[in-house]
Design a binder for this molecule. Structure first.
Ligand code: MLT
Ligand code: MN
Ligand code: ZN
Length: 306
């Protein structure tokens, strides 16, 4: 299978429009060595498929499509390489890009869980608004790990499991999470059997999730914050990383400990990185620690062949 990282940043992007943290200001004035990143999305296809699934529709989708020739194969006057869209949650950074796909000629094929569907019809009624444009042909993602395929995206299949994380701030169940607010995806190549585990919003460890990570050949997981109190320390929020559904990398029980338990052959990549995270700075000690541990930091345009 082929995986392209369209956007490796968390909500807000990097640099964020209104932010002057060390990373954002340093990227703008050239004093921090780092790559700019757009908001969270990947696309995936089988090796011989010209059609891709878009996993999360970022507010930056138009820029991401322009940067990715595979997504415009040019087979007809109006065409796209995006055969379907799959959402792992209903967050603004993962769903707003649906509006930008409204010129689609057929109903937009959309896979999401029932709670995300409800949120995108009620709290943030993107799907109801889209009915005035292309409309969506929505398919439900089961939470029991059942395999499913996306028509036209040949050579791969998908399965999902619920994650401990948070629904979007506008959701009526932001503080009373329900199963399916966030999912982790296993994407399997039907020929080679190789697996990607993708979970950009992962707030807590549990055995089922760990098993899925252990079975994968590559994990792309929540890289939002380095420390649990990162936003508090900057004076930007009163909430910890865990409070908003993101497991920090450092500290007891953090993502680094978790990744260290995976078999050595598993490729480990952090994605959905907040602009305050010191790992974005390629000269930082935190980035050096990741390198020592064999952990990669996703960037826009990163291509992975599995
Ligand atoms: C998150 O991942 O916690 C959200 O995308 C934050 C946001 O909407 O900015
Ligand atoms: Mn996000
Ligand atoms: Zn910033």
């Amino acid at each position: 299978m082929q995986v392209i990282v369209l956007g490796a940043s968390a909500g807000g992007g990097f640099p964020q429009w209104n932010c002057n943290c060390t990373n954002c200001a340093g990227l703008r004035d050239g004093t921090v060595k780092a790559l700019a990143r757009t908001q969270s999305s990947i696309c995936v296809s089988g090796d011989h498929s010209k059609d891709w699934v878009l996993v999360n529709a970022s507010p930056d989708i138009l820029q991401q499509i322009k940067a990715t020739p595979e997504l415009q194969p040019g087979r007809a006057l109006r065409d796209t390489g995006i055969a379907g869209v799959l959402l792992v949650d209903g967050q603004i950074d993962h769903a707003t890009g649906l509006f930008m796909l409204r010129e689609q000629k057929q109903r937009l094929a959309l896979w999401c869980t029932d709670p995300v569907h409800e949120d995108l019809r009620q709290g943030n009624p993107i799907l109801r608004v889209l009915e005035h444009y292309c409309g969506v042909d929505r398919k439900s993602i089961a939470l029991d790990g059942a395999q499913f395929e996306i028509p036209k995206v040949e050579g791969i299949h998908f399965s999902a499991l619920p994650l401990a994380s948070k629904a979007a701030p506008y959701s009526p169940h932001r503080e009373q999470s329900v199963a399916g607010d966030n999912i982790g995806l296993t994407i399997t190549d039907k020929v080679s059997g190789r697996r990607l585990f993708y979970a950009p919003g992962l707030g807590a460890r549990d055995d089922t999730v760990f098993r899925r990570m252990w079975e994968a050949d590559c994990v792309m997981v929540d890289g939002t914050f380095w420390t649990d109190d990162e936003m508090i320390a900057w004076g930007l929020s009163t909430k910890t990383a865990r409070d908003i559904g993101h497991l920090p990398q450092s500290g007891a029980g953090g993502m680094l400990e978790w990744l260290a338990e995976l078999p050595a052959h598993v490729r480990k990549i952090l994605i959905h990185i907040n602009n305050t995270n010191p790992i974005l700075d390629e000269a930082s000690p935190q980035r050096a620690e990741l390198t020592r541990r064999g952990i990669e930091v996703a960037h826009d345009g990163m291509r992975i062949s599995l």
